[in-house]
Write a new protein. Structure first.
Length: 227
């Protein structure tokens, strides 16, 4: 039983690292082998029924965790579908935060100047233990697109438009030097959904939205994706 308890503990700790659920690190699981090794533990024989009791309790809690996480995913799905349904056909304005164009230093802008979307944007980050001590921004999401997709392409902001219109082909590169158009996107409202989910479940880790155009939005924002 001692070996079984140790292996089960390791499995739950691995699951905790994926879900961020602190419960899985609680005394109910982590100290299986510790409890077994206590001198007073012999007062209760380890039988198949006792082992089943432990496992049933664990599975019940895991079922609750999975249902809670699933509901948060469905919350993103519902809001995304609504945002797409109510999107405007007008030319979008505003810059989304591009993973490859992030700076940790605030821009030096004059009172009347504006920052165009082809420039790097400042992302305020702080070290967060929940995210393995990475420097992340809990204030906003960041968007990553593959290297062969032009990340200032207007149709990319539509997220479900033809992805081929934004692909950088071998003999033609879209002119980025003059790409001052402010590419907004109808997924901007998802930031509030991500924050809402995190408020409902503070153990929640990464949240994502991806489209067929190569548009990947993730929260919280960080600098780790570079390909």
């Amino acid at each position: 039983f001692d070996t079984w308890a140790t292996n089960l503990e390791a499995s739950f700790l691995k699951l905790q690292s994926l879900t961020g659920e602190e419960y899985l690190n609680s005394v109910n699981f982590k100290s299986f082998s510790q409890v077994y090794q206590r001198s007073s533990y012999g007062k209760r024989d380890i039988t198949e029924e006792v082992a089943k009791e432990f496992v049933d309790g664990a599975m019940k809690k895991l079922d609750q965790i999975v249902k809670q996480k699933s509901e948060l995913v469905h919350n993103i799905k519902r809001h995304t579908e609504e945002a797409y349904r109510t999107r405007s056909s007008d030319k979008l304005t505003g810059c989304y935060y591009r993973a490859k164009a992030i700076t940790l230093f605030p821009p030096l802008l004059t009172v009347n100047s504006t920052q165009n979307c082809s420039e790097k944007q400042f992302l305020d980050v702080e070290r967060n233990a929940l995210f393995e001590d990475k420097y992340v921004s809990m204030n906003r999401s960041v968007v990553h697109v593959p290297t062969n997709v032009y990340d200032l392409c207007e149709s990319l902001g539509n997220a479900f438009s033809n992805p081929n219109s934004c692909i950088l082909h071998q003999y033609y590169i879209f002119p980025t030097a003059n790409a001052t158009i402010a590419v907004g996107n109808w997924t901007a409202s998802l930031d509030s959904v991500f924050k809402e989910n995190f408020a409902a479940d503070p153990s929640l880790k990464w949240q994502y939205f991806g489209s067929s155009t190569g548009f990947l939005k993730y929260y919280p924002g960080w600098l780790g994706i570079s390909y």
